[in-house]
Design a binder for this molecule. Sequence first.
Ligand code: TXA
Ligand code: MG
Length: 329
Amino acid sequence: MASPAKILRGTAANLSRLARLLREGEIVAVPTETVYGLAGDATSAAACRKIFAAKGRPSSDPLIVHIASIRELSRVAHPNAAALRLARAFWPGPLTMILPKTEVIPGAATANLPSVAVRMPSHPLFRRLIRLSGVPLAAPSANPFGYVSPTTAAHVLKSLGRKIRHILDGGPSRIGVESTIVDLRDPGHPVLLRPGAITRSQLSRALGTPVAAIRSRKSSRRAQVAPGQMARHYSPRTPVMLHARLSRSAVAGADPRDAWLFVSRPKGAALPNVFWLDAKGDLRRVSRRLFAALRELDEGGYRAIHVERPKGAGLAEAISDRLTRAASR
Ligand code: TXA
Ligand code: MG
């Protein structure tokens, strides 16, 4: 595409124009509370194919379908009692559920799987756009396949700007890491496929059943359940090295061609190649900042980016998961 995408503010006129384009089968980058998405009509195989083409994503990696109300869930999926319970507890919000799909969702959206990933986002502009378009919207993260997910409209413009025409600007994503994905096809045995801001213990509490982590399953099973859960994902071009703990003194004598990214601000004098995700290491702010920081350091011309892994469960698990993927080559 010759000219770069236009960034549009969320005015009523822009929203109705984008909704019309979506109904006509076009694709549009949209803000969500997790990361920016690349949206198209989930009921249209042609629109879904445009999404895969723009991202350079293999068609074997299924999309997430976004709806604007719990009522719409049964239009795209066959919910069970566990799914309805989680929907009431956590929607709108950063939770995606895997359920058997209905016939309105084409195989092009789900990589021909009989299941579909569904989420009701909380970002007000995106929800308004779903309502106005009148169709469920398939939207993967709006990054070229394998690269770091975007958390601002500028990120989308930078890496996908010549493949798409329109980006709806809804400000920086509030959460900053992709939604939690839980497989609910067997409601008695929920499985966490991707950690996110809604934690495994929150899900277990709401369901009254333990939620298994995908790692506890056999790898053959894993490939079948989540074809898109491949390791190399979210990777900057610069090699990323993960560390359980970074110490400021070790960094002081280290090679200036490397960047060092701490979770919280290290003690001592400032160094030009030492960075941190949040002064106090507040995990919400850390997750909000993570992908922008990786993108910025990727442009810094460093030989390697050394990152400290946050400790603990909950949101730390999601951040740690994304860092592990960023570091795997
Ligand atoms: O926060 C999010 O979830 C963002 C925003 C835009 O909503 N979307 C997102 O989409 O992260 P994407 O495509 O980057 O990641 C979707 C993941 C993929 O790893 C895919 O394999 C998995 O969801 N997935 C989709 N449908 C599935 C299915 N039927 N069974 C198992 N995994 C599925
Ligand atoms: Mg993605």
